[in-house]
Design a protein around this ligand. Structure first.
Ligand code: ZN
Length: 618
């Protein structure tokens, strides 16, 4: 009978046959040999064959017999006694010869992605009678529920199985699907008009699906949605990009709605999986060894289990610093690897959306919100792997707007169409993604532009690889608007999609909560003469203060500088604080932000230097 995996441990299924779909998420480090055909012969002088084995006889231990589990984890000298027990051999003395053996693998089975996740989010131990089983693979399994004879725990014996193809593997374009998908097409070739269309779409999703409102949440919705529309690999300008899928991060204040947007869009589209901090270890994300009653099982984590799909990792700030560097291979090559006891590898080409809180409580505690990123992920190489990072502050949308109950809006596309669009995108092979000549030229042109605008000291946009990030995002926009050619079989990336991708980067990094743009501007303009001049003037100015080291300490410690805080810290009048701030401002060392003043990077560097000098003197 066809069953869901979570049903088959109910008491009524004991020793009943079942058939279900599952993922084989892990297997033991070593399989077992247990007898299959055994030759039994009476050897007792008292019995003289009354037991029925006077003549040698071959008996078989079948997969369908639950007693098969009694033959694992036992020493060889016990086999004879277990045989007597299982086959009810009454003879006091008999010999046995193992004619043929069979293989049993101890495996982990887990529920399929995207279905009733809450009912059975974990994996269970089962035994497969056979040797040809692959991990991180989806199967239809047939077997029965039984108990582990050594512990009485519920387990499953799998007698036969069949590899399953996913919705993506079997996707084919019917005229009905094409008709639905054509609704996503647009006549606009102007990126601002195309963004306006997306804006109306996400407004409808805010009302109907995510319940996270406000104009400023547009970029949050777009950042989440684009990840759903990325492809596995593609060719760009005679270069194979093996990692075509999006790997992005959203940093946001607690309760800003970042998790909801991701989780609810994933539910609405019916694809992707959301995990929290309890899975944020390396073993939970990539894989590791688990000990089940003294037995080692290598089991795969959530990233490989979602191969070719999408994984939302909530509470990514819980990922330990050393684990980020261990994630390098899976994030750069899409290969998961466990090397303990024995090495195993599997595919992990998984779209990744990391969602994190700023380590120092709120985004506004940082001069530039994007700086929170380097507190979550330490090394520049690991930061550079993000295709984009969206930063959302709590105060961007008035609390009132968030709490207002909103009516539902008419939906723009039917839900099935959105699902079809994603399946179409996910099933495109690299030879089914085509860039027009104009698009390629535009990518080169915009790459130079972006590399000039943004500073690589935050390595999100770097001259050497920005073209890859840009082409990846351009594909996402082409997919979003169902831009296609060759009878809808190929994604066609045009110039306007590249301009959309550029606009996306600009809007994302120009947003006040993000600050990557303004940070870059200050860092760039300050290089050279201007900075030297300002710092020289400031150096002379501070010489008149006996307590200048206290002032330096205050300025260094404080991300957002205010007159009151400075006066309090120094124990001096507000007038003095105003005087210092005014001088710093005129020399371009600080700049005004909503809640106070923030330091520009060259001034921070200078301060650090001053403080280090002082430490040496003390
Ligand atoms: Zn006998």
């Amino acid at each position: 009978m066809k069953r869901e995996l979570h049903e088959i441990s109910k008491p009524e299924y004991y020793n009943k046959l079942f058939s279900t779909r599952c993922i084989v998420s892990g297997k033991g480090t070593q399989p077992y040999y247990v007898p299959f055909q055994i030759e039994i012969q009476c050897a007792s002088t008292k019995c003289e064959g009354k037991c029925g084995y006077g003549e040698a006889k071959i008996i078989e231990l079948k997969a369908e017999d639950e007693a098969i589990l009694m033959f694992i984890d036992i020493p060889s000298f016990r086999i004879s006694r277990v045989l007597a027990n299982v086959f009810k051999i009454s003879c006091p003395l008999f010999t046995h010869k193992l004619v043929q053996m069979q293989v049993i693998e101890r495996i982990f089975i887990s529920q399929l992605i995207g279905k009733d996740k809450n009912k059975w989010g974990f994996s269970r131990v089962a035994y497969y009678i056979g040797h040809d089983i692959e991990t991180n693979t989806t199967y239809e399994i047939n077997g029965y529920t039984t108990v582990d004879p050594s512990s009485q725990m519920v387990t499953y014996v799998i007698t036969s199985l069949r590899k399953l193809q996913s919705d993506i593997d079997i996707f084919s374009l019917s005229s009905a699907i094409v008709k639905r998908l054509k609704k996503f097409q647009t006549k606009s070739t102007d990126e601002t008009k195309m963004f306006a269309e997306l804006r109306s779409l996400y407004t409808s999703y805010a009302h109907n699906v995510t319940k996270i409102y406000g104009d400023n949440r547009f970029l949050l919705h777009l950042s989440v949605d684009l990840a759903f529309h990325s492809v596995l690999s593609f060719d760009f300008s005679n270069e194979r990009v093996y990692k075509g899928w999006v790997d992005a991060m959203i940093i946001g204040d607690p309760r800003c709605g970042k998790g909801y947007v991701a989780e609810r869009l994933s539910q609405y589209y019916g694809v992707g999986e959301v995990i929290g901090a309890d899975n944020a270890s390396y073993a939970g994300l990539v894989g590791g060894l688990q000990q089940i009653q003294k037995h080692w099982i290598i089991s795969w984590g959530k990233i490989p289990i979602n191969d070719k799909g999408l994984l939302i990792i909530d509470e990514a700030s819980e990922i330990r610093h050393e684990d980020w560097s261990k994630l390098s291979r899976v994030r750069s090559e899409g290969i998961a690897e466990v090397t303990k006891i024995q090495a195993q590898m599997t595919n992990a080409r998984t779209r990744l959306l990391f969602i994190a809180n700023p380590p120092y409580r709120t985004v506004s505690n940082y001069s530039y919100g994007i700086q929170a990123l380097s507190d979550i992920v330490k090394t520049p190489e690991d930061i550079a792997r993000f295709d984009y990072v969206c930063v959302v502050a709590h105060d961007e949308v008035p609390i009132k707007t968030i709490n207002e109950a909103k009516s539902l809006l008419p939906s723009i596309y039917v839900r099935q169409a959105e699902k079809d669009l994603i399946t179409w995108t996910w099933s495109r092979r690299s030879d089914q993604i085509k860039f027009t000549k104009e698009a390629v030229n535009e990518i080169y042109k915009q790459s130079i532009h972006l590399a000039e605008v943004f500073d690589y000291s935050i390595p999100l946009i770097q001259g050497e690889n920005v073209r890859i990030k840009l082409s990846k995002l351009a594909i996402c926009f082409a997919s979003r608007f169902f831009s296609s050619c060759d009878n809808y079989e190929k994604i066609l990336v045009k110039e306007e999609h590249v301009r959309c991708a550029t606009l996306f980067f600009m809007l994302l990094y120009k947003s006040e909560s993000n600050g990557y743009f303004i940070y870059s501007q200050l860092f760039r303009s300050s290089s050279g003469e201007v900075a030297t001049k300002s710092l020289h003037a400031i150096e002379i100015y501070f010489r008149t203060y006996n307590n200048r080291h206290e002032i330096y300490t205050f300025l260094m410690m404080t991300n957002t500088i205010t007159v009151n805080d400075m006066a309090e810290f120094l124990g001096k009048s507000k007038d003095l604080a105003i005087e210092i701030i005014s001088r710093l401002l005129r020399n371009g060392c600080i700049m005004k932000k909503r809640s106070g003043y923030v330091k520009v990077p060259f001034f921070t560097t200078w301060l650090k230097h001053k403080i280090q000098e002082r430490m040496k003197q003390l």
